[in-house]
Design a protein around this ligand. Structure first.
Ligand code: PLP
Length: 387
C-alpha cells in the first residue's frame, strides 16, 4: 500500500487531503516523495513562521532532546519559565500558561474568565461573547466559541452561555454585553474566514465594555501572533491592551505548543489543581519556542512580514482575476472574481505552489515570515497562469 492508501485505510477521515505526500522541507519550500519542489505559501497554516527546518529551531530541539524532553509539570524545568519571561516581556502581559495547541490555549483563557467571575462573587456572570465567522478551535468549548454553527451543531449539546455578534458590529456588541458577560473573545483579524481585520472601533468598544462590566478581553492571537501581521502581536495595531492573549501556530515553528498569556490579576486566577496539561510547556516544546520567538524578534522577521506582506498584497492586486485584497503583514486574503478558488489551489499545486482557499471565492496567503520579494514574484508568476 502506498502512503495515501495507508492513510485512507488507517487514519480517521477528518481531513480532505490533497493528493500529494510531502517528505521534507527547507526554508520556504517543501518537497514531495517524488522530489518535486513546491513554494509554500501556507506555511503549515501559519505555523512555520521561520520556514521549514530553520537551523536555530532544529539545533534547539536536537540539543534539548538529548538533555531532557519531559518530566511532567510536577517539577520545575529550565526552559518553561525562560519562555514565559520572553513572551511576557514581549507582550506586556504578566504570566503564561503553556498548552499544546491553539484550542487549548483558548480553553485556558475561557476557564480563567469564568473562574474569575465566580471568585468575585458573581456566579451568574458566565456569558462569553465571540464573533460570527470567528475560529477558536475544535474542542467542545472552542467550537462553541467559534461563531460558525457548521463546526458545532453535529456535536450538540454544547457548553452554554456563548453569545455571538457580527464581526465589527459595534452596536451589536454594545447590545449583547452586560453584567452577565465574563469575557469577550475576539481575533484581531479573522483568519479562517478569509482575513478580515477588526476595526479600531470594534476592539476599543470591546475594551470599554469589558472595563465597564468587569469582564476579560481575550484576544485570540493563535494565528495573528508572533509577527504574522507585521507587528509582533496583532493587538499592537490597535490602541487596545487585552487582558489575555492566546498563542500557538508559529510559537514553536511546527513543534506543537500553545500559550495563554494573562495580564495583572488575570494571571493569578488559576491556582494549583484548577488547570493543567501533561505535555504543556515541556522542555522540548519550550526550547523550540525560545529559539523560534528569539529569532523572530532578533532576526528582523516582523519587519520582513510587514514589508514583504505589503509587496505581496500590491502584486496580488495587479492580477486580473482578483477583485479585492485584504492584508496585514503576511496575512493576506484575496477575493477572486469567480468562485474558483479551490480549482486555483489545485492547479497551483500542480505547478509547484502551495496555496489555501478559505472559501469558493477567497485565497489565503500565510507564507513563512522569511519569504523574500523574489519568492513573492515567483508565486505571482505561477498564479498569473491561473487567474
Ligand atoms: N484560533 C485561531 C484564530 C485559529 O486560527 C486556530 C486554528 O486555525 C485555532 C484557534 C485553533 O488552533 P489549534 O488547531 O492549534 O487548536
Amino acid at each position: 500500500m502506498n502512503t495515501i492508501e495507508l492513510d485512507n485505510q488507517y487514519v480517521m477521515g477528518t481531513y480532505a487531503r490533497f493528493p500529494v505526500v510531502f517528505a521534507r522541507g527547507r526554508g520556504c519550500f517543501v518537497y514531495d516523495t517524488e522530489g518535486r519542489e513546491y513554494l509554500d505559501c501556507i506555511a503549515g497554516l501559519a505555523v512555520n513562521g521561520l520556514g521549514h527546518c530553520h537551523p536555530k529551531v532544529v539545533e534547539a530541539i536536537c540539543r534539548q532532546a538529548g538533555v531532557l524532553m519531559h518530566t511532567s509539570n510536577l517539577y520545575h524545568t529550565l526552559p518553561q519559565p525562560k519562555l514565559a519571561k520572553l513572551l511576557v516581556e514581549a507582550s506586556g502581559m504578566s504570566k503564561a500558561f503553556f498548552a499544546n495547541s491553539g484550542a487549548e490555549a483558548n480553553e485556558c483563557a475561557i476557564k480563567i474568565a469564568r473562574k474569575a467571575a465566580k471568585a468575585s462573587g458573581h456566579p451568574e456572570k458566565t456569558e462569553i461573547i465571540t464573533a460570527e465567522l470567528s475560529f477558536h478551535g475544535r474542542t467542545l468549548a472552542t467550537i462553541t466559541a467559534t461563531g460558525q454553527p457548521k463546526y458545532s451543531e453535529p456535536f450538540a449539546p454544547l457548553p452554554p452561555d456563548f453569545k455571538y455578534v457580527p464581526f465589527n458590529d459595534v452596536e451589536a456588541l454594545r447590545r449583547t454585553a452586560g453584567p452577565k458577560t465574563c469575557a469577550i473573545l475576539l481575533e484581531p483579524v479573522l483568519g479562517e474566514s478569509g482575513v478580515y481585520p477588526a476595526t479600531s472601533e470594534f476592539l476599543s468598544t470591546a475594551r470599554k465594555l469589558c472595563d465597564e462590566y468587569g469582564a476579560a478581553l481575550i484576544l485570540d492571537e493563535v494565528q495573528t501572533g508572533l509577527g504574522r501581521t507585521g507587528k509582533l502581536f496583532g493587538f499592537q495595531h490597535y490602541d487596545v491592551v487585552p487582558d489575555m492573549i492566546t498563542l500557538a501556530k508559529t510559537l514553536a515553528n511546527g513543534f506543537p505548543a500553545g500559550a495563554c498569556l494573562a495580564r495583572g490579576a488575570w494571571g493569578d486566577v488559576l491556582v494549583p489543581g484548577d488547570h493543567g496539561s501533561t505535555f504543556g510547556g515541556n522542555p522540548l516544546a519550550c526550547a523550540a519556542a525560545i529559539a523560534c520567538v528569539t529569532e523572530i524578534i532578533e532576526g528582523g522577521w516582523v519587519d520582513n512580514s510587514r514589508e514583504v506582506g505589503a509587496y505581496f498584497a500590491e502584486r496580488l492586486r495587479t492580477l486580473p482575476g482578483i477583485k479585492e485584497v485584504r492584508a496585514m503583514g503576511l496575512m493576506i486574503g484575496a477575493d477572486l472574481a469567480e468562485p474558483n478558488a479551490r480549482q486555483v489551489v489545485m492547479e497551483a499545486l500542480g505547478k509547484g505552489l502551495v496555496l489555501n482557499a478559505t472559501g469558493d471565492h477567497t485565497l489565503r496567503f500565510v507564507p513563512p515570515l522569511i519569504i523574500t520579494r523574489e519568492l513573492v514574484d515567483k508565486a505571482i508568476g505561477i498564479m498569473s497562469y491561473e487567474l
